[in-house]
Design a protein around this ligand. Structure first.
Ligand code: COA
Length: 182
């Protein structure tokens, strides 16, 4: 098994608003409505087993930093993003859109909600991790205005072809300096 690498990417600029599919709504996470829907979207988007029921039981979890995209009419959950505060910066942890709704601007809109939330917390520094070989994710983040800050070996040692984060928090290279402006 060969090592896999992640890009740590930082937000350099936010793009102007772009159209999303008619009727798609991005809503803030509501536990009663969304707790079971987020792992289901994760499984559909990554082709991976759904997270266990306690997927939100990690120290950095912030329910206000989770947004869910819903399809028009059916209100079916078609995407989500999870973000939270880290030491001095905002971190976008997982972003996923189900296959049938891709390339229609849903992820861009979810990302815009996450970045808006983090900036509202006063966190102007916003970062994500993306596997270097995950072209859709790297393409999305670059398109949105993120740039590669550094590239590092996956600390969780995930196998070739394993694209899914194992947990909502995919880990951290541990080299982040404190942000005096945060
Ligand atoms: C990555 C992902 C979230 C993108 O969702 P999406 O709703 O299709 O993305 P959008 O339609 O908002 O795309 C916005 C821009 O991102 C870039 N992008 C999106 N998908 C891309 C792809 N497959 N290849 C290259 N660039 C891509 C494009 O620049 C796109 O703009 P365009 O369609 O006008 O060219 C989706 O493919 C997915 O869920 N993948 C599996 C999970 C994953 O890898 N999540 C990210 C890491 S946690």
């Amino acid at each position: 098994m060969s090592a896999r690498f992640l890009h740590r990417m930082g937000l350099a600029s936010v793009p102007p608003p772009a159209p999303v599919p008619d009727g798609v709504v991005v809503r803030r996470y509501a536990p009663d409505r969304d707790h079971a829907r987020v792992p289901a979207v994760f499984a559909a988007a990554f082709g991976a087993p759904p997270w266990p029921d306690d997927w939100d039981a990690f120290g950095e979890f912030d329910p206000h930093g989770v947004f869910v995209a819903e399809a028009p009419a059916s209100s079916e959950a078609i995407g989500f993003v999870i973000c939270f505060r880290r030491a001095g910066f905002g971190y976008v942890s997982v972003l996923a859109v189900v296959p049938g709704w891709r390339r229609r601007g849903v992820a861009r809109e979810l990302l815009r909600s996450a970045v808006g939330y983090l900036r509202g917390l006063g966190l102007n520094r916003v970062e994500v991790d993306a596997f270097t070989d995950a072209e859709p994710a790297v393409g999305l983040y670059r398109d949105f205005g993120f740039e590669v800050l550094r590239t590092y070996e996956d600390p969780e040692g995930r196998a070739d072809g394993e694209t899914a984060p194992r947990r909502a928090d995919p880990g951290d290279p541990g080299t982040d300096p404190p942000d005096p402006t945060a």
